[in-house]
Design a protein around this ligand. Structure first.
Ligand SMILES: NC(=O)c1ccc[n+]([C@@H]2O[C@H](COP(=O)([O-])OP(=O)(O)OC[C@H]3O[C@@H](n4cnc5c(N)ncnc54)[C@H](O)[C@@H]3O)[C@@H](O)[C@H]2O)c1
Ligand SMILES: [Zn+2]
Ligand SMILES: [Zn+2]
Length: 399
């Protein structure tokens, strides 16, 4: 039987390669998964969400296997799987969902009611949300395989575009979702907070949706440079010039139609020397999104941040400027991205070369599983790369 190497969380800023048993068609708590499939992973990415755990700011048990952005080849299917076959190359949505509950039937796979026994309607791999094993590993069991897996139509074509298709498991649908719920459409002006991989995916998503002026803000110079080079406008939040003034310099107005938060609770404030400020992005959006405009908030907010400065923030209670903003009739949508709402159509956009600009802005680097701890460290330091783990050397071979 093949061995199953994986990357485990061992405490703040410590991840280690460990060896697991080869997966069985069994889920958390011994749950039978005859509806599941086993995938030999081709590529599995490191995400900013993993970084919240890595920094010890999103509670997770020691020994938990990390990772939720998987693409792989099906090597085994359970008795109840009908339409997925061994040999299929598939993208795995990071949300674990059943396809049978009310929310799944409404394609709200971010809040599936049947995959987490801990009292929350939400499951994800490698995330202490339902106990599903993470996917930074050689092999992974995916439950409800007919429902969860997105099969690529052609193996050779999939391998040729794998470095773009790999984003379908999370960040491309997530960035796109942030834009869709913010109301981005033809000609919209958009401000995206955060030039990390999700912000960069959102910028590409806004372009696909036909936005006009797409502005990305961050303090990180290396990340802003990647975004600028790829043809987007940038706002440098390390400068003392306030956000609305910088937007006005670009656009001629102090407000945009749509705002997307691709930062989350580890936000820092604006201006030179600014410290952590978990509401900097939300209050910034409330200020600069026009009256009647929309906000998408894929950036994660959570109760349980061990490093939160106040008891209120530790509980996930934030000081929002809502009273000031209420009169603007804001619309805002938060939460995990329901990947299955978008992944098939975004796959088609990639396969039909409608997003030729994606790879430049994503700026990937491929690493082995043994190099993954170092990639976590570099990503934590603000590297402008998106790290793709290649556990079996398949990407290397394909290249
Ligand atoms: N909702 C979902 O389904 C979903 C899916 C994937 C990721 N996420 C979340 O999206 C967020 C972004 O992910 P990522 O991988 O790009 O993370 P990341 O940490 O690499 O990027 C975040 C960026 O935000 C910047 N930043 C900090 N404060 C800022 C501010 N006030 N204004 C503008 N930029 C600021 C940082 O410098 C950093 O470059 C994370 O919270 C992640 O957990 C959510
Ligand atoms: Zn992710
Ligand atoms: Zn469900």
């Amino acid at each position: 039987m093949a061995s199953n190497r994986a990357l485990a969380y061992m405490g703040p800023r410590k991840v280690e390669v460990t060896t697991l048993d080869y997966p069985k068609l069994v889920g958390p708590g011994g749950r039978k998964c005859d509806h599941g499939a086993i995938l030999k992973l081709i590529v599995t990415n490191i995400c900013g969400s993993d970084q919240h755990i890595y920094r010890g700011r999103f509670p997770a048990p020691k020994g938990m296997v990390m990772g939720h952005e998987m693409t792989g080849e099906v090597v085994e299917v359970g008795r109840d799987v009908e339409f997925i076959h061994t040999g299929d190359i598939c993208s795995v949505p990071f949300n674990v969902s059943c396809g049978r509950c009310r929310n799944c039937m409404e394609r709200h796979t971010d809040v599936c009611m049947n995959v987490n026994d801990q009292g929350i309607d939400c499951g994800a791999y490698g995330f202490n949300l339902g106990g599903w094993q993470g996917g930074q590993a050689d092999y992974l069991m995916v439950p409800y395989a007919d429902w969860n897996l997105l099969r690529f139509p052609d193996r050779d074509q999939a391998m040729a575009k794998i470095k773009d298709l790999t984003f379908l498991s999370d960040i491309l649908p997530t960035g796109f979702h942030g834009c869709v719920v913010a109301g981005v459409s033809t000609g919209s002006t958009v401000y995206i907070a955060g030039a990390g991989p999700v912000g960069r995916a959102a910028a590409a998503g806004a372009r696909l949706l036909g936005a006009s002026c797409i502005i990305v803000g961050d303090t990180d110079q290396g990340r802003l440079e990647v975004v600028k080079k790829a043809g987007y406008e940038i706002v440098d939040l390390s400068k003392s010039t306030p956000l609305p003034d910088q937007i006005e310099e670009i656009l001629g107005h102090r407000e945009v139609d749509c705002g997307v938060d691709c930062v989350g609770f580890e936000a820092h404030g604006h201006g030179p020397g600014a410290e952590d400020d978990p509401v900097a992005v939300l209050n910034g959006l409330l200020e600069i999104v026009r009256a009647g405009g929309g906000m998408g908030i894929p950036g994660i907010y959570t109760a349980g941040d061990a490093e939160a400065k106040t008891e209120a923030v530790k509980k996930g209670t934030y000081g929002l400027d809502f009273g000031k903003a209420w009169i603007k009739s804001p619309s805002l949508t938060a939460g995990q991205c329901p990947v299955k709402k978008y992944n098939r159509n975004l796959m088609m956009a990639i396969l039909w070369d409608r997003m030729p600009y994606l790879s430049e802005v994503m700026n990937v680097e491929v690493v082995s599983l043994d190099q993954a701890p170092e990639a976590y460290r570099l990503f934590d330091e603000g590297s402008p790369k998106k790290y793709l783990i290649d556990p079996h050397g398949s990407l290397k071979k394909a290249a």
